[in-house]
Write a protein that binds this ligand. Sequence first.
Ligand code: MN
Length: 264
Amino acid sequence: MPDRMTEVIEELAVANRILGNEGVIDAFGHVSIRHPGDPGRYLLSRSRSPLLVEPDDILEYTLDSAPVTPPAVSLYSERVIHGEIYKMRPDVTAVCHHHAPAIMPFAIAGKPIVPVFHVGGAIGPEVPFWDQHDEFGDTNLLVVKPEEGRSLARALGKNSVVLMRRHGATVVGAGLRELVSRCIYLCWNAEHQMRAAMIGAPQPLHPGEIPLAGAINVSTTAAARTWEYWSVRLKAAGFWPPHLSKKASRRAKPKARRGRTKRR
Ligand code: MN
């Protein structure tokens, strides 16, 4: 029977691939989860396109976004996004950063995304903006310095999504399934809002409807249903990830293995 750590790592690989397969992330973007046994660490792939991430690619980081074991592979340069949000938001256990085509017009034009249909309630009442140029002037727009990550985490505040001007979005969740669902329905909400604006003035959900509708699609029943749907689509596309190898599995639980061999 796979242990908890193996399960989490394999599920993180599936989450990466689902978000790739559903058009949220392309070659860039990344997805992480807080370490299930140590809130002071998180798990994130080596630098690789999410649709191709395998369990063996997943590495462990401190919240300062330093790899716990010196890596022989290249890392995502924007990993401070994850570490700085985990520091500032103890309630967050999963983070995704992406540049989905559906949200880019809003990030570029600076027009707020508002929940316009019931499933879009998952994005919450407010999606704030963050503009790297405001605080840091001319950069290549990548969020690579800890202070840039911290500034982004501050702009996110208590919300679930932050739009990054001329760059993309960062989405958080309490759990991987909630995160994946929120990322995908953020994109659908943006698509619907944009199309609705072409034929009229979109009427957002009423303020009181947002938490009610938002709670439904992160419920266990809805999350199980969406996760199964996206998983079957991923399998049908031929992108289901391999299992964690024995070697990587030993690496994933160093505390039990480190030191003198103990037989029982
Ligand atoms: Mn980016």
